[in-house]
Design a protein around this ligand. Sequence first.
Ligand SMILES: Nc1nc2c(ncn2[C@@H]2O[C@H](COP(=O)(O)OP(=O)(O)OP(=O)(O)O)[C@@H](O)[C@H]2O)c(=O)[nH]1
Length: 299
Amino acid sequence: MKKTDIIILTGFLGSGKTTLLKQLLANDLEQGKKIAVVMNEIGKISIDSNEIQEDVRLKELLNGCVCCSMKDQLEIQLLSLIQQNELDIIYIETTGVANTIDVIDACTSSLTVEKMLLSGVITTLDASRWFSKDTLSPAYRLLLHQQVMYSDIVLLNRLNQLNTAQGELVLKELKSINPKIITEYSIDALVSNISHQSKQSSSIPISASSSLKIKTIVYEMTKPISKQKFEHFLRNAPSSLLRLKGYIQFTKDPTLYNVQYANGFVTYEKELMKLPMRLVLIGENIDETELVSELDQLS
Ligand SMILES: Nc1nc2c(ncn2[C@@H]2O[C@H](COP(=O)(O)OP(=O)(O)OP(=O)(O)O)[C@@H](O)[C@H]2O)c(=O)[nH]1
């Protein structure tokens, strides 16, 4: 069964996410694709939702961020969207202050990965915002940096608001963080580029999933594994492995555990529901063959 593509739109406040989304939706609808949008807003009301066409399924997550307080709601909304509709693409428009890794984490649970595939992260970036980033607080500066770093495509706009030297400096800095910076794009050119490539693949071809900046690996377990070996695996995991989560069963213990690993720490919680033993691993340039082979040896 073809999985529904998930495309995450990130970008700082006012950087052009909704403007881009509207263009992408118009293009997809013209091609007859079945689309849904999950729109996340920090505030209690969404202004941008009114801008979404009627034939697009829309879910709003308001008053919080899907990268933190609303993580669980995102999973629930995604699952309900695909249960009720046959969809080609789900766009997730994040709040301007969302942490990219945490959004990826939130939309790749061990339940969603069965039916959905993360197809990429697109970031919109205002060149003048980047140029004046030193006026932001350290936390927002870091956020902006990470939005660029973890994106599969960065769409840079408003470059014409800077002079030539400033523009060159911005580009040099950005390209040292992420070479996939697209500048001077007009939405028309971008959309026609997407349309052209979409004829070959069924979704927005940001890149093949194997070459995404942040990769998600799904590991299905057929039998319980050794807890001792699993913890040894985690202790020796590469630092590029950012997250591991899912449901796991250990040898000589009938309990199913919800396992969560991040920043070198692992936690287990008893899971009462009968869920598939499946792990999701998220990381930057992680080697799937190597990790899967190591996991295979844990039983
Ligand atoms: N010059 C220029 N302006 C743009 C571009 N994209 C969006 N804008 C304008 O920037 C403003 C904010 O655009 P939005 O698309 O609402 O930005 P957003 O990232 O969704 O904003 P928030 O949801 O508030 O974070 C609007 O006035 C847009 O018309 C662009 O590529 N170039």
